[in-house]
Design a protein around this ligand. Structure first.
Ligand SMILES: [Zn+2]
Length: 288
């Protein structure tokens, strides 16, 4: 069932998925998603992002739908585009993050990236630029299950893309929130570790098989409810990892032509990420 748009001013923030219990916003920048789960007694807001005007639209929607629900703010990982609006919501929300995010030794670098972003586009920072230094629920075990206002959430540590990723599954809606894994719009971007990424991808393969995933929300690009599409994204990621590891170990050249056939969009920027992946694979796997 689609819920009606209550406030016409909200029309200009792209909503890529909308259901009475789940709304996914999509920024115009890098198709970055922001998920809002609407439970009976709580709301979970995930990675509100990018432009100040977009974040304000998200905040308006939260205010419209909140009623007496308690608000939780959850970050999938500490990349600056995902934590950019922390300060906007911190006073009204309980924060959920991984222990690894709190202890990220390079946290100040993420703040520097946020400052550079605002500066580059002549945007005045709408709030102080800050990093989550504490949280109300800290996930430190490989897997944890928590009841939040009557709803069950599963959390899974997911290092690889960066060092502090966390995947969440909301049982009641069957929503799997993967952070920057299984994005339809991009191959794996690996800033932390190829081998850790491979382990997380294997975990995701098990989760897709074992959980009743009805909706997959990745950090960038389209939401999908199609099981075949979920599997296809997983297989494409595994194809990339296999090729990257073979390259890193010096066993084969990377199949560039095939890569750009599979991921034809945004090549100018994505080529840079691919080059960085190749360099990391050499560093991590050569001689190993
Ligand atoms: Zn991202």
């Amino acid at each position: 069932m689609l819920i009606s748009k209550i406030n016409p001013e909200l029309e200009d923030m792209k909503v890529s998925f909308e259901h009475e219990k789940l709304v996914v916003f999509e920024s115009e920048l890098m198709q970055t998603t922001c998920t809002l789960i609407i439970g009976g007694r709580h709301m979970l807001l995930v990675d509100p992002n990018w432009l100040p005007s977009e974040v304000e639209k998200i905040a308006q929607r939260v205010a419209t739908l909140q009623g007496d629900r308690s608000l939780y703010l959850y970050f999938t990982h500490s990349d600056y585009d995902h934590i950019i609006a922390y300060e906007r919501f911190r006073d009204q929300a309980q924060v959920i993050v991984s222990q690894a995010l709190l202890s990220n030794p390079e946290w100040h670098q993420q703040l520097e990236e946020i400052r550079q972003f605002y500066d580059q586009y002549y945007l005045s920072p709408p709030w102080p630029v800050s990093y989550p230094q504490k949280a109300d629920l800290i996930i430190s075990e490989p897997t944890e299950q928590h009841e939040i206002a009557g709803d069950i959430y599963h959390f899974y540590q997911a290092p690889g893309h960066n060092r502090d990723g966390l995947i969440a599954f909301h049982e009641a809606t069957g929503t799997l929130i993967t952070g920057d894994y299984l994005c339809g719009v991009e191959f794996p971007f690996i800033y932390y570790s190829v081998l850790a990424y491979q382990k997380t991808l294997a975990l995701l393969g098990r989760l897709l098989n074992d959980l009743s995933v009805r909706t997959l929300v990745a950090g960038h690009g389209a939401v999908t409810q199609d099981r075949q599409e979920m599997q296809a994204r997983w297989q494409a990621s595994q194809w990339y990892l296999d090729a990257l590891m073979a390259y890193g170990r010096g066993e084969a050249a990377f199949p560039e032509t095939e890569l750009w056939e599979k991921y034809p969009d945004f090549q100018h920027i994505q080529k840079k990420y691919h080059q960085a992946n190749l360099a990391l694979a050499k560093l991590e796997l050569e001689g190993g």
